[in-house]
Design a protein around this ligand. Structure first.
Ligand code: SF4
Ligand code: SF4
Length: 406
């Protein structure tokens, strides 16, 4: 369901209770009523459905100044899917503008060819040559995950207990192959046979967030075709945004009458966070051990979902000697919002400042988060003072497995 007009009745379910106001990171920073979910939706309805408001620069700004964090949806007693409505609004605004911007076109091309190391590194070089400030951006890894673990079947080193397909997201593939290596080694040690399907592409969330539903749909269909062919008990992923996209957003985007819909539903049922999966089957063998004080950053896309937000904390409770400092689910957004920070520098930096201050206050030396975008953005905010990494990398280190430096 992508046509904004189809959301009219859903928007009208809003009772203006303002529960969404209390949880919106953008409102907390801007303190403007127009930036709260209920107002965004009213403006969308008036401008794009009823057409009683002109589509001004300010209307576009209100629609674009949303992190798509989903906190309003989680808090909404009427169950209004605000993030989906904002995406549909962006799509409608995009249609009015005609062609994609060169920047968005380039990003979509890179996402669709995520295994093409040459193309990716050329893009990075071009950005550096153009004088772009890359401080808050991740760097491409020397070796991609797909070069370390090409698609194929990887049998475990201990007796087999389960078979999973692994969807390594783009960020794991090109920026953080250490996460992928950790996933593969921990699963192997715990008796899990892993299938890495061929020809996977970006999950589609960056395109979807920009309102480019056509590109998102194309990427999702490719992944669904590949993942649905794999005979596995579960499909695991290490990234909370990829999980949300493959589990929930594909069903929002893939037409209910299309041929791939049934396959999308089957894939959605099998999708699970790799740490929630490991919590379900339990770790085998001697407990891993690592004496470090760690705290957690819960990504917005993991919040409000049972067994997901606390999956790293539960899993790492198995690590002897580690001091785990939990964080509340509402401990705040870091401001990254996928690629949101690239267009809303001051707002994102304001959110990050608060988040980094809470992290410093925790006294931990290591910060763990299951979102690569949060990982990069928080690390840039903290500098060398603390290490920010994925919980699976921490677990692999606790086991003593060799993980490449990124
Ligand atoms: S929480 Fe839901 S019902 Fe309440 S004001 Fe926000 S969008 Fe409307
Ligand atoms: S998705 Fe997040 S940023 Fe956007 S309106 Fe909802 S709470 Fe605010």
């Amino acid at each position: 369901m992508m046509d904004i007009a189809l959301f009219k009745d859903i928007i009208d379910k809003c009772s203006h209770c303002a529960f969404c106001e209390a949880v919106c990171p953008v409102f907390r920073e801007d303190l403007l009523e127009t930036h709260v979910a209920r107002s965004r939706m009213l403006i969308l309805r008036e401008a794009l459905i009823e057409k009683r408001l002109p589509v001004t620069k300010r209307v576009r700004e209100i629609v674009n100044r949303c992190l798509l964090c989903g906190q309003c949806k989680n808090a909404c007693p009427a169950g209004v899917p605000v993030d989906d409505i904002v995406i549909a609004g962006r799509s409608a605004l995009q249609q009015g503008k005609g062609k994609l911007s060169p920047k968005r076109f380039l990003v979509n091309q890179m996402m669709a060819h995520r295994g093409d190391a040459r193309l990716l590194r050329t893009g990075e070089r071009m950005a550096a040559m153009a004088g772009a400030d890359l401080t808050d951006y991740p760097r491409f890894a020397r070796t991609l995950f797909s070069e370390i673990y090409p698609s194929g079947i990887y049998e475990p080193v201990t007796p087999r207990r389960a078979t999973v397909a692994y969807y390594p997201g783009c960020a794991t593939n090109v920026f953080y192959p250490d996460t992928g290596e950790a996933v593969m080694q921990v699963l192997s040690h715990n008796g899990v046979s892993v299938i890495i399907p061929d020809k996977l592409v970006c999950c589609g969330i960056p395109a979807l967030a920009s309102g480019d539903i056509e590109s998102a749909q194309a990427m999702m269909q490719k992944n669904i075709e590949q993942l649905s062919q794999v005979e596995a008990d579960w499909i695991v992923t290490d990234c909370s945004s990829c999980l949300m996209t493959l589990k929930e957003k594909t069903l929002f985007v893939i037409d209910s009458v299309s041929d791939v819909r049934q396959k999308a539903e089957a894939v959605s049922r099998k999708m699970i966070d790799v740490m929630a999966f490991l919590n379900g089957i339990g770790l085998v063998g001697s407990p891993p051990s690592l004496g470090e004080r760690v705290t957690f950053h819960i990504p917005c896309h993991a919040k409000g979902k049972e067994g997901l937000a606390n999956a790293p904390f539960t899993l790492l409770s198995n690590v002897e000697k580690a001091t785990l400092i939990p964080q509340e689910e509402d401990s705040g957004c870091c401001g990254a919002g996928g690629t949101f920070f690239t267009g809303h520098k001051r707002l994102s930096q304001g959110l990050r400042k608060k988040r980094c201050s809470a992290i410093r206050h925790s006294g931990a030396s290591t910060v763990l988060t299951q979102c690569p975008s949060c990982r990069t953005y928080i690390q840039a905010g903290l500098g060398c003072e603390k290490n920010v990494t994925h919980p699976m990398v921490f677990l692999a280190r606790a086991y003593g497995f060799p993980i490449s430096r990124i």
